[in-house]
Design a protein around this ligand. Structure first.
Ligand code: DGJ
Length: 728
């Protein structure tokens, strides 16, 4: 049983293979959070809460003369604004009388087999025997506002999910100003927090800092999860390393604006709340209506970041990513973007496909520029009709030609956008998100379509589906190339404008769900100017996401490193591009570009015609190697062996098969030295006593893990090594 309730102690206990989570119904129905960490048996940990009269800490009225019970410092399961808990909170309600307070007290609970799902929002799925659901119902007896706290427990995966539904059980309208997905209170502040920040072309850099008094947060107000901050954070013991220590990862399964906020309070306790961003949010609840928050996924490990990441990777691969492409080997692709940008025609595309086929590439992806008036990024978005003049024929004919070469055909789209210079804009100017009377804010010369309006979503969906019905397209790259601003929806009433951001996401998710249901054979790759919407929400629809518009292999070392803390390698879109690199101007060996792109869903994005015969042989070998190691790379355990932020002159990582039979070790020398020191990298995850064949030598697992591998002396800058190891 993953969910237990002890009537006597009134303690709820959630248990997974390695961890436990505990909460208690205390006096007057206050729901206290007691514990999250290493697995323990049924018990009552409420003795850990210091009950004392603390200055300026008020008490619920019912406590009368008892001053030792205070919401001001007691750990809460879902903290409410306005009733004496001054820390960062989960829910803020403006009642019909104008007051801003809600006081949720325990009402009842329900335990169900199987994990709950959310309607219209992405959420983890599981077979009935793999999960259990706990719903705790709470009520504000004064206003009749109700709350349902959802807990999904996936025992084997060591996952606990949370979501909350806020319901107006009263007789008058109320306005919801804040509704977070989860709250986690810790009785101490011995904590670092790690978050993943960045910018366009440099996403998910790792930042670790000690929590300090007060609130520290990361957020996105951009309408997407964003390049700037990722909706995934880790709280950990200050001593926590890859291999040891307590750490807690929380990811939001949502792709819009979000907030992750940690607060250390006056008594050195820590609280973390994660959910949709409250800044642009308000939601009108009529009597009887409810609001469902997105789902948050929580994973704990007592054995450091590697094990935490392994659990997140397993969760994403098994319980989040869907469809046939979740398990099937994904085709090795050539994308024409960095090869041609907008400057292509049908002939050029066929030449690229022929060259690619020769080398073993399996799919051509036609990127931006094939539709409407789209020879630059100044026009055409929204006009999803094929530019047959440019292609020299129909898209269907082009796809058939590519297919006749024995290759699959994939297509780029950016359905959520509209160019001012487009027929769509001329006929539906109000579909663009713009505040009346203001010129608005253009980015890449485009506006965002108002996907909070169902008719806008349907209009674009019809155009895209018409193409997909006519042409045999087996892959879609779904792009999104600006941040949202100037929120306004022409059809929403004035007092509901705060609902746009969340309604937008519902519209987007509906479109994506329709797409994958109607065309289950299509492999969807998410993209937002690279990795601007790299999150667990998008992964529910697209098994892979273009990780960054930065294709520089050396910068990608950092981007991949940060991304793998939460996300599996099978989700990381990575391509070999030209040298010098188009974003940085850096020269790197082709083998290095191959090695780095193999930490992901492998492909090429360069003019293959410019490669020498020798380089073409390298490409052929890379493709063979990637295919041979596909399972190991995409379903094996991923180990970060040396950090791009560390002292070591090489960045190294490895993939180990679940049975520890095979390992692929990769390293890139990032810093050259004259008269160089030796660089030794220690492997992880092998069987100590087993013998592994590495090229023409044999080592035991313990030699490789405790002694390590001595990298050869580099012959050039950014040299890479890949060693395949097999147990003998
Ligand atoms: C941004 C993407 O990330 C690129 O790969 C490319 O598809 C361009 N958009 C096309 O406009």
């Amino acid at each position: 049983m993953a969910v237990l309730f002890n009537q006597e102690t009134q303690v709820f206990m959630l248990q997974t293979q390695h961890c436990a989570y505990q909460m208690k119904v205390a006096e007057y129905g206050v729901l206290l959070h007691l514990y999250y960490g290493q697995r323990i048996d049924d018990c009552d940990l409420s003795y850990l809460i210091q009950r004392t009269d603390r200055g300026f800490c008020g008490n619920p009225y019912e406590m009368q003369q008892d001053r030792t019970f205070s919401l001001d410092y007691f750990p809460q399961e879902y903290s409410c604004f306005g009733i004496g808990d001054y820390r960062t909170d989960c829910v803020k309600v403006i009642n019909s009388d104008g007051s801003c307070a809600v006081d949720y007290r325990y009402d009842s609970y329900e335990i169900k087999k199987g994990k709950y799902r959310l309607e219209g929002l992405p959420s983890l799925f599981a077979e009935e025997e793999e999960g259990e659901t706990l719903i705790i119902r709470m009520k504000d007896i004064h206003t009749h506002m109700m709350l349902e706290l959802y807990y999904g427990v996936l025992e084997n995966a060591d996952v606990i999910t949370r979501a909350a539904r806020i319901i107006n059980g009263g007789k008058a309208e109320v306005v919801l100003k804040r509704a977070m997905s989860m709250c986690l209170d810790f009785p101490h502040d011995h904590m670092d927090w790690i978050h993943f920040y960045g910018k366009h072309t440099m996403e998910r850099e790792v930042e670790r800092s000690r929590l300090i008094h007060g609130r520290q947060s990361i957020c996105s107000e951009r309408g997407t999860s964003s390049h700037q901050h990722n909706p995934f954070v880790i709280l950990c013991d200050p001593m926590c390393s890859e291999d040891a220590g307590d750490c807690y990862g929380v990811g939001l399964i949502y792709s819009g604006s979000f907030l992750a906020e940690a607060e250390v309070d006056q008594f050195h306790q820590t609280r973390l709340v994660v959910g949709t961003s409250p800044d642009q949010f308000s939601w009108m609840l009529k009597p009887g209506e409810g609001f469902m928050t997105p789902e948050a996924v929580m994973i704990y490990s007592g054995e450091g970041f590697t094990s935490l990441s392994h659990r997140f990777h397993y969760m994403a691969r098994k319980h989040l990513i869907r469809g046939e492409w979740a398990k099937k080997r994904r085709p090795i692709l050539i994308n024409n973007w960095e090869a041609t940008y907008f400057n292509f025609n049908g002939e050029k595309l066929i030449r690229i496909a022929e060259e690619a086929k020769e080398l073993g590439i399996e799919m051509l992806v036609l990127d931006d520029g094939w539709f409407g008036k789209r020879d630059s990024d100044y026009s055409g978005l929204g006009d999803w009709t094929v530019n047959e003049k440019k292609l020299g024929g129909t898209l269907k004919a082009l796809a058939e030609k590519i297919n006749s070469l024995g290759m699959k055909f994939g297509l780029w789209v950016e359905p959520e956008m509209i160019s001012e210079d487009s027929n769509l804009y001329r006929s539906h100017p109000d579909w663009a998100m713009r505040i009346p009377g203001r010129p608005g804010n253009v980015a890449r010369s485009q506006f965002v379509l108002d996907f909070s309006r169902p008719e806008v979503v349907d209009g674009i969906q019809d155009m895209i589906f018409k193409i997909l019905d006519e042409v045999h397209i087996e892959y879609i790259k779904w792009d999104f190339n600006r941040s949202i601003s100037n929120y306004f929806s022409a059809t929403l009433p004035i007092n509901r404008q705060g609902e746009i951001g969340y309604r937008y996401m519902l519209g987007l998710y509906r479109f994506l769900e329709n797409l994958i249901t109607r065309y289950p054979y299509i492999l969807l790759e998410g993209c937002s100017g690279g990795g601007g919407r790299f999150d667990f929400g998008m992964l529910h629809y697209s098994p892979q996401i273009w990780c960054s518009d930065d294709t520089d292999a050396v910068e990608r070392l950092k981007i991949h490193y940060g991304t793998t803390f939460g996300y599996p390698v099978s989700s990381i879109g990575a391509h070999v591009s030209a040298s010098p690199n188009h974003q940085t101007g850096r020269h790197t060996p082709l083998e290095t570009r191959g090695t780095v792109a193999m930490t992901g869903t492998f492909g090429y994005e360069l003019d293959l015609g410019t490669l020498s015969a020798e380089e073409k042989e390298i490409v052929k070998r890379q493709i063979e190697e990637y295919k041979a190691h596909y399972d190991l790379i995409n379903n094996g355990s991923f180990y970060r062996l040396s950090s791009p932020y560390g002292e070591c002159r090489a960045v190294a990582w490895a993939f180990v098969s679940p049975d520890k039979e095979e390992c692929l070790f990769c390293a890139v020398m990032t810093k050259l030295q004259s008269n160089p020191d030796g660089v030794v990298i220690k492997l992880k995850g092998l069987e100590p006593k087993r013998r592994y064949q590495v090229e023409d030598k044999v080592y035991t697992g313990e030699m490789l893990m405790y002694g390590g591998i001595l990298l050869p002396l580099p012959k050039e800058e950014y040299q890479a090594w890949r060693y395949y190891m097999r147990a003998i």
